[in-house]
Every structure is written in C-alpha cells, then in structure tokens.
Design a protein around this ligand. Structure first.
Ligand SMILES: N[C@@H](CCSC[C@H]1O[C@@H](n2cnc3c(=O)[nH]cnc32)[C@H](O)[C@@H]1O)C(=O)O
Ligand SMILES: [Zn+2]
Length: 434
C-alpha cells in the first residue's frame, strides 16, 4: 500500500464544520482511508503534502462545461446566446480539428487543476481527445459527445445521435476508471423530437446517463411551449429524459411544475451563473429549486461564455445571482453554494467525490489561508464562497494522485500547454475568418 498524508491542515468536513486533521489517502485505490483529528494521526505515510496554514476542501466539481472552448476565450463577447452561437461560435467550431480539441482540453485541464477543480462534465466534439487530456492530466470526468440534429439531413442526424451513443458505450471506465460517460443530446430545441424519441430509450435501456441543455433562454422555452402545449421539462419527461442518472444544464426559465418534476425524478440541475449573466439568459430560481428538493450542481459552461473555468468565481456568482433572483439576501447562502460546488456536483455526476471522509474518492484541494484577503477567518465556508479565488489553491489531489504540489502542476508541462493552445487558437481563428 502506498499512502499519502495531507498533513497539519484544517479540514472541511461533509457537515461543513472545520477541524484540524490529517487526511490519509490510499494511492492505489485512490480512496480516503481516514481523517485523523489532530494528535490522533497514524505514524508515517509514503508521501506527505504540507497543509499547515491551509484549508483542505473537497476538489471542486465543474458539472457543466465545454472544456476545449478555452481556445475561444475572449474571441466573441457581449452577445445573446442565439447570435453568439450562430454568428461567432458555430462558424469557428466548424473549423475545429482533433488536435485543436486536444490543445483546448489540456489548457482547460491545467486551468482547472490550478483552481482546485478535480472533476468536470464535458459535452463537445472529438471526445476521445478529451479522454486523452483526462488520462494525462489526472483529473476525473464525465464525458459525452454533444449530438445536434438541426441543420442536418436525416442520415447525418442519425449519425450524430449514434456517435453520441457509441462514444458513451466505448469510453465508460477509461483512464483507470476516472472517465465515466453520458449520452448528450445538445438541447431540447437543437435535437428533433423524432431523434430524441428514437435514441433516448436506447440510452436508458443501456443504463447510460443523459445530459442536455434545457430552459436556458426565453427564446428557447417559448417555441417549445407553443409547439407542445406543455413546459419543456414536461416534454423532456414524456420522452424519458428525466431520470435519477440524468442532469441538465441551466434550468433558468423553469416553473414550479418543472421543479416538482425534477425533484420527483431526482434529475439534477447544473447552474451556470456566469454564463447566464454574460449571455443575459436570465436568473435561475436556484433557491426555489433547492427548496423543492432538486439537486443543484455548479458549472462554468464553456470559457467563451464565462470567461474562465474557476469554480471559485462561479461560487461567488451563484451566491450573488441567487439572492437577486429570489429578491432575498438570505437566499443561496454560503453553505448552499459550497454544497453545490462539491456534493451537489458529485451527486449529479454519480461520483463518490465532493466530501472528505473515509471511503470517498481522494479528490481534494488545499488552499493557502495565510493571505490578506482571507484574514480574519471568522467563517471559512463564507471565505470559500465570497473571498477565495483559484489562485489561493496550493495543492490539488485527484484519485489519490498529486496533480499540483506547491502550485507546480505535476502532470502537464505548463509552458508547452500554453504555447500549443496559443498557436492552435490563432491558426483556428485564421482559418475561420479567411
Ligand atoms: N455535434 C455538435 C456539437 C455539440 S458540442 C456542444 C455545443 O454546445 C455549444 N454551447 C456552448 N455553450 C452553450 C450554451 O450556453 N448553450 C447552448 N450551447 C452552448 C458549444 O459551442 C458546442 O457547439 C455539432 O455538430 O454542432
Ligand atoms: Zn453549455
């Protein structure tokens, strides 16, 4: 047995109390063996991470992103969803190659490791490249090919859906089990009803989770309601898309009927506050959803609509926007936000992560608390939500492996990843604009 001790820090427990303890990790299984309160620690471990003066938290979970969109960071800003996708994003995406996705996925992985994220859910193209980035970076991920049928003829549409199923079936368990997969029809409006009705039952029968965008903008909800005479999530439920293994992104324009349906089906919602604000999509009723018992996780969405992949920024945005949406300063409090970024995301993605306790995945991050903007420390959960940022993360561990030690990423060559991403992004935009 090879062991790692995360020593002498303060540990955020699943009930959000903080105690001085060592976290003992079994590296071969990637599990937490024990949380040993101060003074009760076992003797030595094979490796040690110094957490003195630090806070040990569960690795954060970015439960909805398009990781290779890091290549489009800052390329197209200040437009609503529809125009942004159609005028800017889809034309450059049409030029994407597998190598571009590899470069973007590595860049995104680097950014996530550096900001304390240990797991993410990704919907994109050339997904085997994202699998390779996960394998190399050491992160954990739930991955899927985003299937779109609008604008495709029938044969191409079938191929899109089949590609989604094939990827999910072919790559589940990759990267030593750190990759899990889902079937990912892009949204309720960009995939035609006939295709959803044909392929969703196939995915369900095969036990494959389902992830999709839903109720993101009014412009998407209104035509669905007009066509089907029911709410979008009632329509999704009728097709069989809501299950306890399903999770949807956004859920901004959802009503009480839909919240009750989500709670009943145990379908999680991934809240993406920065993307929702930037694209002016609206304010998700996060407090109302949580009050109804809906599991809520947090996601950054792609870097082109955010424009970073830091869950710390997302936590702060979630708290701020949640209060505005509820018109109540007590809504979406710091505890709720930290829970969404950890256990909520883990539940949504079906991962045994998001909590520091024996038996859970050894996915964690250590923050350096010894800093002006984190002083004094009345309430560390408050600091995580309102004051901390990604650059406060000192060490990152996933599946028991040290991915970043004293801000040095161990699994990726940072200079090479940055140079490759710069070069690929510039060439891609040149191709798209020529
Ligand atoms: N196979 C599909 C690709 C889908 S990947 C997922 C898509 O979601 C897009 N996307 C990114 N952010 C958002 C969002 O907020 N809402 C809807 N789509 C988004 C992203 O740019 C990408 O085109 C095709 O042939 O187009
Ligand atoms: Zn998205």
């Amino acid at each position: 047995m090879t062991t790692l001790k995360v020593a002498d820090g303060r540990v955020l427990r699943p009930d959000h109390t903080v105690e001085r303890a060592d976290v003992l990790v079994d590296q071969p299984s990637g599990d937490i063996l024990a949380v040993e309160p101060d003074g009760e620690g076992s003797a030595s471990a094979d490796d040690r991470l110094d957490a003195e003066g630090g806070l040990v938290i569960p690795g954060l979970i970015n439960a909805h992103t398009h990781v290779a969109m890091t290549l489009f960071r800052g390329y197209a800003d200040d437009k609503p969803l529809d125009a942004w996708l159609q005028e800017d994003i889809w034309p450059v995406e049409a030029e994407l190659t597998a190598e571009d996705v590899r470069a973007g996925a590595r860049l995104g992985s680097l950014e996530m490791i550096r900001s304390g994220t240990t797991a993410f859910a990704d919907m994109y193209f050339f997904m085997p490249e994202v699998v390779a980035a996960v394998e190399k970076s050491g992160l954990r991920a739930l991955l899927g090919y985003g299937s779109i049928t609008v604008g495709n003829d029938d044969a191409a549409a079938h191929q899109e859906m089949q590609d989604g199923l094939d990827f999910a079936e072919g790559y589940d368990g990759a990267a030593d089990g750190r990759v899990s997969t889902a079937f990912m029809p892009h949204s309720l409006t960009t995939v035609g009803e006939a295709y959803l009705r044909e392929y969703v039952p196939e995915a369900r029968d095969a036990g494959i989770p389902i992830h999709f965008h839903a109720n993101e903008t009014d412009g998407e909800v209104d035509p669905l309601v007009a066509d089907h005479d029911e709410r979008p999530l009632e329509y999704a439920d009728d097709i069989g898309m809501l299950a306890d293994t399903s999770f949807l992104a956004h859920g901004v324009h959802t009503d009480r009927t839909e919240h009750e349906l989500l709670a009943e089906r145990e379908t999680a919602v991934i809240h993406c506050p920065a993307s929702n604000m930037k694209l002016a999509s609206g304010m998700a009723p996060v407090q109302a959803m949580r009050d109804r018992g809906v599991t809520v996780g947090l996601g950054t969405d792609g870097a082109a609509s955010n424009n970073d992949l830091s869950l710390f920024d997302e936590m702060r945005d979630a708290a701020m926007l949640g209060k505005l949406a509820a018109d109540d300063a007590s809504a979406v409090d710091a505890d709720a936000v930290v829970e969404m970024a950890t256990q909520g995301g883990a539940d949504a993605l079906g991962m045994a992560s998001g909590r520091i306790e024996a038996g859970a995945n050894a996915d964690l991050a250590v923050l350096d608390l010894d800093q002006p903007h984190l002083t004094p420390a009345h309430d560390l959960v408050s600091h995580l939500t309102y004051a901390a940022s990604g650059s406060d993360v000192r060490h990152t561990v996933c599946d028991g492996q040290v991915l970043m030690r004293d801000r040095e990423v161990q699994t990726l060559d940072e200079d090479e990843v940055l140079a490759d991403a710069r070069e690929r992004a510039a060439a891609l935009i040149d191709r798209a604009e020529s």
